[in-house]
Every structure is written in C-alpha cells, then in structure tokens.
Design a binder for this molecule. Structure first.
Ligand code: NDP
Length: 460
C-alpha cells in the first residue's frame, strides 16, 4: 500500500467507526434504561467494523438502523387467579425483531427478572443465531416476569392460558413460532398449545416448538441445545488438537441446557465435576452422576442440593459465582446472562481453563470475553454455541409441515451437521475479515451478512 492508500484506508475506517458509533447513540437514546439490550447491541456492533469497511453497501442501505429497531414489540397484561382465589397480574412480552429471512422464531422466558430489556437482548441475539443455523427463520423472543417457582400445576396452567389468550393474536405457524426458555418447559408448552388450539379452533401443530411427542413434538428437541453446545465445543477443541476425553468440565445451571450438555460431555469421556442452580452449586470430585441430576431436577423438581442425598462425597456451596473457582479445562456457562465477569474469567484463567462455550445467552460480559481471547483460551459465543436448540425447533417445524416424524438418530445426525456448519461459517468469516480464530467476530459477521443481504434484496 502506498502512503496515500494507507491514509485513505485509515480515513475510511474512521468513517465506519463514526457510523457505528452513531447507530449505537441512537439505540442508547431510544432505549436509555435497557442495560442488557444495550450490552448485546454494543458487543455486536464492535464485531462489525471489518464488514462495514469492506462493504459500503451496508451503510448506503442503512440496514443497521433497521436491524437494531424491533419490527414490533408487544407488551400485555396477564391476569390470572391463584389457588387462594386472589387475582394476580403479570406483564407479558413478545418482541418480533426481524423477519427478513423467515417467520419470527424464539423462546418464551418466565422469570421474575424478565423485562423489556431482557426480552429485547434475547430477541436481538436470536436474529443472528437463527441466521447462523442456515434455516429460514427470523428473530423473536418473549416471556413474562411471572415466577413459576413455588406455583402449583393449576396456577401454572391458569397463567399459561391467560398469557396465550393475548399472545395468540400475534402468532401463527407462518407468522411467529415461540418455544421454551428459562422457566418454560414441556409442561408450559403443553398448556400454551392447548389454549391456542381452543382459541383458534384448528390444530396448528407448527405454532409452537418444544411440544410433547404425542402432539407434534420432535425426538431430540429436549437434548438439542445441550448436545449442540458440546458438538460445537468439540469442534473448537478438535481444531486445537484437543478433545473432551479425560478433560475436567464445569457447567453452570441444572436446567434443560445444562443437563444435556453434561450428559453429552460425559458420553464423550469428560469428567463433569460441578453444576448449579440459582441457590448454589454442587461439586462431585468423582464426576457428576447425570441420572441423579435428572431425577432431582426433571422428576422431583427439587433444588440441586438434593443431589447430596445420594452422593455423600459430593459437596454443596451456597451462591452461584463460586462455581467458576473450581479448576477445570472446559467451562460451560449454561444458566443465565452475565454469570462470568472479569473476576470469574481471571479465576478460570489462573486455574488453567482451555476452552469456554456459552450454552446460555450472553453469560459472559465483554470484559470476561476479552480476558479469554487475549490469553489464548478457546471461546465459543452463545449465538453459535447454543443454536442447536432453535435448529432442532426448525426441524420440528419441518416434521409438522410434512406430517412425518424422524427418529432420534435422524434428528441428532442433522443437529451434528448443523453445528459443524455453524462452526465452519464462524471460522471462515473470522478468517475472511482478518480475525482468524475469533469466533465472536466470525459468528456476528456470518449471522449479520445473511440477514443484511436479504434485507437489501427485499428493498430495505
Ligand atoms: P431452565 O429453566 O431449564 O434452567 C435454567 C437453569 O439456570 C436452572 O438451573 C436455574 O436455576 C438457573 N438459573 C436461572 N436463572 C438464574 C440466575 N439468575 N442465577 C443463577 N442461576 C440461574 O432454562 P434453560 O436451560 O432452557 O436455559 C438456560 C440458558 O440457556 C438461558 O440463557 C437460555 O436463554 C439459554 N438457551 C436455552 C435454550 C433452550 O432450548 N432451552 C436455547 C438456547 C439458549 P433455578 O432452577 O434455581 O432457577
């Protein structure tokens, strides 16, 4: 490059950064109190500089300004009657963020921490995650600040029916297809589906995913996010000449994603030594017994410390963040957002962690990611690592449309292929934009370009 070309390139980069800063300032102005949403957008925009430098068309079409603004955000009242006959009221949300490449698709979260900010950060991430799967699905997310903990089955049912009474106006098999997330499992999906069926007077199996097997669910969907997480991390390890065999693994959470991530890691020869819930964590030096965890969490709906009743050598500790002080080779945060900050990341590093895979959505802060990336720790970002869940949901939709059911092996084989493809797309995009090995940048770029190019084709 000549000196003049160097100067022009530097000027161009400055202009691009100015444009990205401008977009972020608009997002900040419009959503001033939405901490998690702003965090997700900021991290994402940071990855895009090299794409915008190479492709001026994205600035010319101003696609970013549209991508950061939801196409639709629905907020509604959810009144329901508790077992004592008292009327309770919660708030429901559905964000229909982007439908460039397909109908909106994304889970529902029931947790007291749910807010517009949480739903929008999840919906925003979902756009690019769905795009990475290679399936024709747009991005959405929803939920409520309802706390399912401590509620009876009848209370959960009444809440779900009331929630769906409002949500039904906005969804449909070709419009928006919700699924589960934190606090929304098979039981909740069943109640939501039943209410949708009564209201529509039709049997639209494809309106929700994560359904029970008797009414259109897919084999392999329950396992998909956790297994997919391991398939992705396995690829990362393989590229570095490593594998799960003999490695010590720590997994946070003990819900859907965690349980099946632990199960698959154990099957691949790893020694999983710890997992948690929102009260505390267990440490089992002998290796976590996954059947006991399933019994405690899935069958008995109990707290994780009940694991100790069957495993006397295991230890229980109160509080969540201490789990990251346990020495491990592979850390898999699979519970919730912002579980690993700078401090926890440094602790993992001191203890020799080799790889981190985000099973949950945005479980690592940007400071934590920086600690991992600047110290040579293999790092897999959520929108790629945990995309197996939505990919299998899409396979469930395909089965619903064609009225056939695939075997567990068929779904699992397709899932493995999809996770490999996602991994390869991230690696290829990172290398093409001069950040080889940076899977955060790779995932963001690969997810973004597909959506942005389609928006331009649609005349955005
Ligand atoms: P579950 O409700 O099945 O399990 C969540 C687990 O995380 C529980 O063990 C829960 O403990 C723990 N947890 C929840 N909130 C907190 C908190 N604030 N602090 C500490 N622990 C907490 O949810 P999933 O397994 O489905 O989801 C886990 C993560 O994976 C979420 O980030 C979700 O968005 C993401 N994800 C899920 C997908 C899916 O298919 N289910 C797909 C892609 C991503 P407790 O029981 O005490 O609440």
């Amino acid at each position: 490059m000549t000196q003049t070309e160097d100067y022009a390139a530097a000027q161009h980069e400055k202009e691009v950064k100015k444009y990205l800063d401008h977009i972020f300032s608009i997002v900040k102005q419009r959503n001033p109190h939405e901490k998690e949403f702003l965090q997700a957008v900021k991290m994402f925009l940071h990855s895009l500089t090299p794409v915008f430098i190479k492709n001026p068309k994205y600035i010319q079409h101003n696609v970013l300004a549209r991508i950061v603004e939801p196409e639709r955000m629905i907020t509604f009242q959810v009144p329901w009657v508790d077992d004592k006959g008292n009327m309770q009221v919660n708030r429901g949300y559905r964000v229909q963020f982007n439908s460039a490449i397909g109908p909106y698709k994304g889970g529902l979260r029931f947790h007291p921490s749910v807010s517009a900010s949480i739903i929008k950060f999840l919906g925003f991430e979902q756009i690019f995650k769905n795009s990475l799967t290679g399936q024709a699905i747009g991005g959405g997310k929803g939920g409520s600040d309802f706390d399912p903990k401590g509620k009876s089955d009848n209370e959960i049912m009444r809440f779900c029916q009331s929630f769906m009474t409002e949500l039904a106006k906005y969804i449909g098999p070709d419009i928006d297809i919700p699924a589960g997330d934190i606090g929304v499992g098979k039981r909740e999906i069943g109640y939501l589906f039943g209410q949708y069926k009564r209201m529509s007077g039709q049997y639209h199996a494809g309106v929700l995913t994560g359904k029970g097997l008797s009414y259109g669910g897919s084999l392999g969907r329950t396992e998909a996010t956790g297994y997919g997480t391991i398939y992705f991390v396995e690829e990362m390890l393989k590229d570095a000449g490593l594998s799960f065999k003999g490695r010590t693994v720590v997994v946070s959470g003990s819900g859907n994603v965690s349980i099946y991530a632990m199960e698959k890691a154990i099957r691949l020869g790893a020694r999983v030594v710890a997992c948690s819930d929102s009260d505390g964590y267990i440490y089992d030096e002998n290796g976590i017994n996954i059947e006991t965890v399933k019994k405690v969490k899935e069958e008995n709906n109990d707290r994780i410390h009940a694991y100790l009743k069957e495993h006397k050598d295991a230890k229980y500790f109160s509080g969540c963040s201490g789990i990251w002080g346990i020495p491990c080779d592979v850390a898999l945060p699979c519970a919730t957002q912002n579980e690993i900050g700078r401090e926890e990341a440094n602790q993992l590093l001191i203890n020799g962690v080799q790889a981190v895979g985000e099973g949950a959505n945005m479980p690592c802060t940007s400071e934590a990611i920086q600690v991992f990336q600047t110290n040579g720790v293999l790092f897999g970002p959520a929108k790629a690592v945990n995309a197996g869940g939505v990919a299998a949901s899409s396979l469930e939709m395909a089965q619903n449309s064609s009225r056939i059911s695939w075997s567990f092996e068929e779904v699992d084989t397709k899932l493995q292929e999809i996770m490999k493809n996602i991994y390869n797309s991230c690696v290829t995009a990172a290398a093409a934009y001069n950040h080889p090995g940076n899977l955060v940048i790779g995932a963001d770029i690969a997810g973004f370009t597909n959506v942005a190019d389609t928006m331009i084709e649609h005349g955005a």
